[in-house]
Design a protein around this ligand. Structure first.
Ligand code: ADP
Length: 404
């Protein structure tokens, strides 16, 4: 039996969605509702052949979901609401409670709400999305898919911070890691493409987008990852600094009288590629500026690559070697320049890329005689969410499918 599964990614003022036919894994339609809560909210719905766009006032997420469902029927994308046989929700934080995606019940919902303490900006809006869908589709099973769950396999040495113990024991301050859905999806797809079981592979996966994280995956399990207690840590990103000397924060606070919220904004929204280049958070804009001679833009690109290289190096040490270096995310999938900069001078590791394959964004871009494979695989978090809905809520037809 074929299912229509809705994958939802709710933000504070937006709702991204994709309706997928499962187990085939094909997108029936996708879209975005932006500026929820404003008088000029924008609804965009696309099928492979058509696109609709509308601007209208929208009070809240409930109205957004109701409108979305109404439009799907109006545009004859579905015939009735019960055509949607399952809903999957991306949830930012699963804490230590969720080691896998979970069927949404009153109990799981209460746990997700409780975890808002760890992700105050994200979990509450994820919960709103879940509640609204449960109200409007009360008989349709729904599943929560956590950004953190894949990293629950980390060992203590990878997740404990060297702080007084009570901050972990009482407040739950530890490395959680994020982007888990993407790291899990692309590593599984890679194993399929290689025809090698995941259990036999040591992978370093570089998810490079506006947010970037690196993950060490050994035998199919996350053993380390660069994002930590929040998605702010690790490598340099579009507007996030990644790791810096922690004492810079109290120093700036004292010197400039900044509040914790202002410091958070500085680290999350004003730093990274944007902060160093002074031009943009978008990799392509920074590339363009660097090519026209902007020194800070060129430095930003070098810093971006060098911090990723340092992380990759440490993960190779931890795993005792490397079989595949894997790139995904907007930059990882599309920028041959970023991949080239990250992979240069690594012959000593048995790692070298073929520039011609790299320019073409081929799936495998290593040279013929390289020991380490270098792969480029497009991420598809919506498909992973839909697969988890199938596996967890609709088990009689559960199947892991990876598109060709
Ligand atoms: P998000 O983390 O918001 O999902 P994406 O994964 O879409 O972000 O990645 C966005 C980044 O990808 C931007 O910095 C953008 O410049 C970069 N990017 C997209 N296409 C290209 C390209 N062809 N060449 C270089 N960078 C690209």
């Amino acid at each position: 039996m074929s299912h229509k599964i809705m994958a939802i990614n709710a933000g504070s003022s937006s709702l991204k969605f994709q309706l997928l036919a499962m187990p085939q894994g094909t997108a029936i339609c996708q879209g975005l509702i932006e500026r929820i809560g404003m008088v000029n909210a924008q609804v965009t719905i696309k099928t492979p052949t058509q696109k609709w766009q509308e601007t209208l006032p929208m009070a809240d997420h409930r109205e957004a979901v109701a409108l979305l469902l109404e439009k799907l029927i109006d545009y004859q994308i579905i015939n009735a609401l019960n055509d949607i046989t399952g809903v999957g929700h991306r949830v930012a934080h699963g804490g230590e409670s969720f080691k896998d995606s979970a069927l949404i019940t009153d109990e799981t919902l209460a746990q997700i709400e409780h975890l808002a303490e760890l992700a105050p900006l994200h979990n509450p809006v994820n919960v709103i999305g879940i509640k609204v869908f449960r109200q409007l589709l009360p008989n349709t099973p729904s599943v929560a898919v956590f950004d953190t769950a894949f990293h629950q396999t980390l060992d203590e040495p990878a997740y404990i911070y060297p702080l007084p113990w009570r901050y972990y024991a009482e407040l739950g301050i530890r490395r959680y890691g994020f982007h888990g859905t993407s790291h899990k999806y692309v590593s599984a797809t890679l194993a399929e493409k290689l025809g090698v079981p995941l259990s036999a592979l040591r992978i370093v996966c570089c998810h490079l987008g506006n947010g970037s994280s690196i993950c060490a995956i050994k035998g199919g399990q996350s053993v380390n990852t660069s994002m930590g207690f929040t998605p702010q840590s690790g490598v340099m990103m579009g507007t996030r600094s990644g790791d810096i000397d922690p004492s810079i924060l109290p120093w700036i606070a004292q010197r400039e009288g900044k509040t914790p919220q202002q410091l958070n904004h500085l680290l999350n929204n004003e730093s990274g590629l944007l902060g160093v280049s002074g031009i943009s958070s978008d990799y392509r804009d920074v590339e363009q500026a660097a090519d026209s001679g902007n020194r800070q833009a060129a430095l930003a690109l070098t810093l971006f690559a060098e911090r990723i290289r340092a992380t990759i190096g440490s993960y190779i040490m931890q795993m005792g070697g490397l079989d595949v270096l894997l790139f995904t995310g907007g930059i990882g999938e599309n920028s041959s320049r970023a991949r080239s900069a990250i992979c240069h001078n690594l012959h000593f590791l048995g790692l070298a890329i073929d520039e011609e394959k790299n320019q073409r964004n081929s799936t495998f871009i290593q040279t013929d005689n390289a020991m380490v494979k270098v792969a480029v695989i497009n991420t598809n978090e919506e498909l992973m969410i839909a697969q988890d809905v199938m596996r967890i809520a609709l088990t009689e037809t559960a199947a892991f499918c990876v598109p060709a």
